[in-house]
Design a protein around this ligand. Structure first.
Ligand SMILES: [Zn+2]
Length: 127
């Protein structure tokens, strides 16, 4: 009985994917969206809501949240801190705990959708 040998071993000879292409489109000013967000966060005294950031950067909420998380992680090496004022429920007063940038849509206690907006800003210095 003949064993058919496969013509090529799967997975061999494939190049590892090159490092991911930069996803940030450069702005007219030559700065990336994340650089602009970083400046916004540092220059805002009261902090910015996700709505604010979406409008200023003209992007989607999901993009803002992922940029915020990226900055939060990079701040760890930059003697800076991303401050997050967590949202709270306007019905029962439940306050969310934010470890990472996110925008909950619903109170886990009373199921209300009436939540205050999380606020973000940046400061130099470790938390
Ligand atoms: Zn509630």
């Amino acid at each position: 009985m003949l064993l058919m040998s496969s013509p090529a071993s799967p997975g061999r000879g494939l190049h590892a994917p090159a490092s991911a292409p930069a996803e940030d489109a450069r702005t007219a000013l030559g700065r990336t969206r994340r650089e602009r967000l970083r400046e916004l966060l540092f220059s805002s005294a009261e902090g910015l809501s996700l709505d604010d950031i979406e409008k200023i950067l003209e992007t989607r909420r999901s993009v803002v949240l992922s940029d915020l998380e990226h900055l939060r992680l990079s701040f760890r090496h930059q003697d800076a801190t991303l401050l997050m004022v967590p949202p709270s429920c306007t019905q029962c007063g439940f306050t969310f705990r934010l470890d990472v940038p996110k925008a909950p849509s619903r109170c886990p206690v009373c199921k209300s959708r009436s939540l205050s907006e999380p606020i973000f800003k940046a400061e130099t210095g470790a938390a």
